[in-house]
Design a protein around this ligand. Structure first.
Ligand SMILES: C[S@@+](CC[C@H](N)C(=O)[O-])C[C@H]1O[C@@H](n2cnc3c(N)ncnc32)[C@H](O)[C@@H]1O
Length: 551
């Protein structure tokens, strides 16, 4: 029974007995708990933890959930700089993990590590920088050779996890039960070598001085700082943690969210609230039936099957066999399809090349028209080569012409819905209509509108519940609005062109309304809120135009 007490839901008597499922409400007795069940069941935890041989622990819905329903909300177990080495560029503040660029930034008054400002709230919080600061100070004085060699941000999160051994054994116990896949990360693997190197950095700079300190003062600070525990912590983080990437460069480990299984069409959305100590709220994105598994996605939803599966195998150590992975067309989108270059006497057959058995990774690809087969490894080599060309163009802020050029090349070989093409088109559509000193015709705006609609259809098929792509979709809907509104303002005064004015107005209202719905939860993030404000401003511009131009 927990140490906490609270008022019984029925009679207000203080009690330590909690609902064992949601652990949110108290009852003085079993009778009162039973009496309240009719009322409580609609808000009680809607899932249980289950186990299967194939996927290990996972979460299963205990009642039907509709999109938007909260499934759970929880604070991080561990929060800190990512466990990956930074060798150049931006680096995290050790207090809040906000990305910093300037190496001459302010320093933590305790240990002199870089911070966003000396009053950053994370500096004194024990499970953020507060505890590790005392250990970082123990480092023997060494010359600062290179900034990134001296400040190894990738080892801090291990100190933060170790802190829980004594400070919060309950949390440490949860971490101890999480999957680390050591069987795939042992001696002889690249990842093992990498962790050994990190352990060397920890040992020489912090763990040895810490042991000396413990010996000299007679205090015990960290219970177990062995190489085995360091391997285990990195394994648990790599397999289970969530990463923030935008302007905060952090890794976050959650207890319950770690148990959600992977599915390439996830049925939940996760929202991490930066203003609420990175609490995650998990909501149903799709209708979930009683008994369904609760699933999130561990990889990039906009990558093709081979790329997603390879990423999952390399980083999470399992082969995904979900419905999308097993379907060569990826739910009918053809997101990985190539144009077939087979044909008779120079005429292309017009078919598409698709993997015969996408979950085998070594099978052949075959044309759906002429049946020519290609070996998987040749297809992968070729697509990776095209991917590198796309990355090169996208790595700087690309101009419209550069995007059109690379798109022209891709379109020779890939299906128009291929994920590399989607990626280029998503950037291109945002630039169409923005060039200065260019007079855009109604046809140009129609082209932009069609492109938006094409990308919107793919986005909705891959992520029908907006679990991951709400910002992508929000951007597309906003570009669609721009194109629709331009067409309206250009055509409404022209009697030969304004036949569809009322229909167009209906489309515009739908686009705005849909975008507000899509961004409903994303509004709580910085970029989501920025986009939402643009949508609201566009709605006002549209309304003003309608008022001015009403007959
Ligand atoms: C974040 S953990 C999920 C919790 C884990 N099942 C456990 O027992 O602790 C991720 C691991 O769960 C397993 N897993 C999750 N989704 C899976 C899936 N769709 N197919 C196979 N294994 C999966 C894999 O072992 C993966 O590395």
């Amino acid at each position: 029974m927990s140490e906490e007490t609270g008022a019984c839901e029925v009679c207000d008597i203080q009690s330590k007995r909690k609902c064992s499922s949601c652990k949110l409400v108290f009852y003085c007795s079993q009778e009162h708990q039973q009496a309240d069940w009719k009322e409580h069941k609609s808000i009680c935890k809607p899932f249980v933890e289950d186990y299967s041989k194939d996927i290990g622990r996972h979460l299963k819905a205990t009642r039907a959930l509709k999109p938007g329903d909260v499934i759970f909300s929880e604070a991080p177990l561990v929060f800190g700089p990512k466990p990956h080495r930074i060798e150049a560029g931006a680096f995290p503040c050790v207090g809040c993990c906000r990305l910093l660029e300037d190496q001459s930034c302010e320093r933590c008054p305790g240990c002199l590590w870089p911070v966003c400002n000396a009053k950053c709230s994370g500096l004194n919080t024990p499970d953020r920088h507060g505890f590790e600061c005392q250990i970082l100070r123990l480092r023997p004085s060494t010359e600062l050779t290179s900034f990134y060699q001296f400040y190894r941000f990738d080892v801090l999160i291990v100190l933060r996890a170790m802190y829980l051994q004594k400070a919060n054994p309950k949390k440490w116990d949860v971490i101890s039960k999480l999957e680390d896949h050591y069987e795939c990360r042992g001696p002889g693997t690249e990842v093992y070598k990498d962790v050994e190197e990190k352990f060397g950095v920890l040992e020489a700079n912090y763990l040895k001085p810490l042991r000396d300190f413990e010996r000299n003062t007679g205090r015990s600070i960290v219970l177990d700082a062995s190489p085995a525990i360091v391997h285990r912590i990195y394994g648990v983080l790599d397999v289970n943690a969530t990463e923030l990437t935008e302007d905060i460069d952090a890794t976050i480990l959650y207890a319950t969210a770690s148990l959600m299984e992977h599915n390439c069409t996830p049925n939940v959305m996760q929202l991490i609230d930066e203003t609420e100590r990175f609490t995650v709220t998990v909501r149903a994105a799709l209708p979930i039936e009683k008994g369904d598994h609760v699933s999130s996605i561990y990889t990039h939803i906009l990558w093709g099957t081979a790329a997603r599966r390879e990423h999952l195998l390399r980083t999470k150590y399992f082969g995904c066999c979900c419905k999308r992975c097993a379907d060569p067309t990826e739910l009918g989108t053809n997101l990985s399809a190539l144009k077939c270059i087979g044909g008779v006497e120079g005429d292309l057959c017009g078919g598409v090349q698709l993997p015969l058995r996408p979950t085998l990774m070594e099978g052949a690809w075959r044309c759906d028209k002429c049946s020519i087969e290609l070996p998987e490894k040749d297809v992968m080599k070729f697509v990776n080569h095209l991917g590198e060309q796309v990355d090169k163009v996208m790595s700087k802020v690309p101009r419209l012409r550069e995007l059109e050029d690379v798109l022209g090349k891709l379109e020779h070989f890939l299906h128009p819905n291929h994920y590399l093409i989607y990626n280029v088109k998503h950037s291109l559509v945002q630039l169409l209509g923005t060039e200065e000193n260019v007079e855009y015709s109604v046809d140009d705006w129609l082209k932009k509108m069609n492109l938006c609609e094409e990308l919107i259809a793919i986005t909705k098929t891959l992520d029908p519940g907006n679990a991951r792509l709400s910002l992508y979709l929000g951007v597309l809907l906003n570009e669609l609005f721009i194109a629709q509104f331009k067409i309206l303002t250009r055509t409404w005064e022209n009697p030969t062109q304004n036949l569809y004015t009322e229909q167009l107005k209906g489309y515009i209202v739908n686009t705005i309304e849909e975008n507000k719905r899509v961004l409903e939860y994303e509004r709580r993030t910085v970029s989501g809120n920025k986009l939402y404000e643009i949508v609201v401003k566009n709605e006002q511009i549209y309304s003003s135009w309608c008022e001015l131009n009403s007959q």
